[in-house]
Design a protein around this ligand. Structure first.
Ligand code: AMP
Length: 416
């Protein structure tokens, strides 16, 4: 079912949102992006004349009640954003009374789902090595199903709109849907946007397609890199993984980060790129520092000839130029992972150059998707989300999705 085609009038809808917002030490919300992101779906339920039940996790309470992670702290923020007085149920698994009293046009927020271990469905207090673990896991699976059934019992229909947790098989994201038929479960608007953006980048490609993969390691990105080698015209590999590629080719990399056990992986990527006709763009120069800090002394070095006491911490001027050229020529752009230690302003220039080129290409009509936590922070450090076609809200979820994995939270609903 598509949310746009569903009429919530007279129905109770349970919506899985991602209200895992950051709080300060006094419990005040410091960034309400995620609350605002959920509004299109929440407002659709209310304006159709439905009764809205919201559920979310916050932090990692590991199956225990923890007042510091109570969603009661955000009720006012959600009320202000939605424009209705949101009610609160202080026990998500015992909210029958609050749900029964909920009328059309009203909204109810359930307490943190992860106060129950059943939400994540992992046995607590037992080691994975323990012989009894397998049985505990089996029992927990049954309990997880019961917990999901309880949540489902509150509502006539289910909406999944929490992209950030869509890669997890949790009760509220990927078990609850079993209790609704295909006409009463759907993705929310935020999820639809995420799914459409990744689909555009991976299946409905306008060429040339340039992907930029950065970040610290080859090992965490190799799945995506291999998936992309079959799809892209240009592949820019930057960030910390640059030095694994340099060393693999016999370069001197000083103190730069390197995964010595991935040198063959790097050579294999280079070989595959050649075989597949992919233009692999690796940095030729870097901005090296003599200390891992913002105040380090810097010098531009050849990436294959970095002095012993120095460390490659950002892309150099020649590399930035080559990256920008491959980006500006593209009609489809995907960026995941910064080009340097962007948290230090001194080494943020490479990531800035990438963001700038993507924003320019986007203004000229290219489709751009920025996915993954750190590249989103890097992009937002210099530009507004509106400068790109789509800035993904999920870290781990967007990585796994781009890698081509099926997300449990999407699978059951995509065809529904
Ligand atoms: P990831 O989580 O793999 O996407 O990596 C993101 C992190 O990579 C950021 O915190 C960056 O500071 C870091 N990073 C990027 N380039 C380098 C580099 N040349 N040396 C060390 N860390 C880097």
């Amino acid at each position: 079912m598509k949310i746009e085609d569903f009429n919530f009038a007279g129905k109770k809808a349970i919506v899985r949102v991602d209200f895992n917002v950051p709080l300060d030490e006094n419990g005040n919300v410091t960034d309400d992006t995620r609350i605002r992101g959920a509004l299109p779906t929440l407002k659709k339920v209310l304006s159709d004349g439905g009764a809205l039940i919201m559920m979310s996790h916050m932090g990692k309470p590991k199956g225990k009640v923890n007042p510091k992670l109570s969603l009661s702290q955000i009720v006012k923020n959600v009320s202000d954003a939605l424009g209705v007085d949101v009610k609160f149920a202080s026990d998500c698994a015992n909210a029958d009374k609050e749900v029964a009293e909920l009328k059309a046009g009203e909204a109810l927020l359930l307490e943190n789902l992860r106060f129950y271990a059943e939400e994540e469905g992992k046995p607590v207090g037992i080691d994975k090595e323990d012989p009894a673990y397998a049985q505990a896991k089996e029992e927990m699976k049954k309990k997880q199903k019961d917990f999901a059934k309880k949540l489902a019992s509150y509502a006539d229909c289910y909406v999944m709109d929490a992209f950030g947790t869509a890669h997890r098989k949790h009760a509220s994201t990927a078990v609850i849907d079993e209790f609704f038929d295909k006409d009463h479960k759907m993705l929310g608007y935020l999820m639809e946007k995420e799914v459409d953006a990744v689909h555009k980048v991976l299946s409905d490609i306008k060429r040339p397609f340039t992907a930029i993969m950065g970040g610290s390691k080859v090992s965490t990105k190799i799945g995506i890199i291999e998936n992309l080698l079959d799809k892209v015209d240009n592949l820019i590999l930057c960030g910390g993984m640059t030095y694994t590629f340099s060393k693999a080719q016999g370069g001197k990399i000083g103190k730069s980060i390197c995964e010595d056990d991935k040198l063959d992986v790097a050579l294999d990527v280079m070989k595959k790129a050649k075989e597949k006709g992919v233009n692999l763009v690796l940095a030729t120069d870097c901005l090296a520092g003599d200390d891992f800090s913002n105040n380090a002394n810097t010098q531009v070095c050849d990436v294959k000839n970095i002095p012993d006491a120095w460390e490659g911490m950002d892309a150099g001027p020649e590399a930035r130029k080559a990256f920008a050229e491959a980006i500006k020529a593209a009609k489809t752009i995907l960026w995941n992972g910064p080009a340097g230690v962007f948290e230090f302003d001194t080494f943020a220039g490479g990531s800035k150059a990438i963001a700038e080129a993507i924003a320019e290409a986007t203004a000229n009509g290219a489709f751009s998707l920025i996915g993954g936590g750190d590249s989103v922070s890097a992009a937002k450090k210099f530009f507004k989300a509106e400068d790109f076609t789509h800035v993904s809200t999920g870290g781990g979820a967007s990585l796994e999705f781009i890698e081509g994995k099926v997300l449990p939270g999407v699978a059951a609903l995509d065809e529904a």
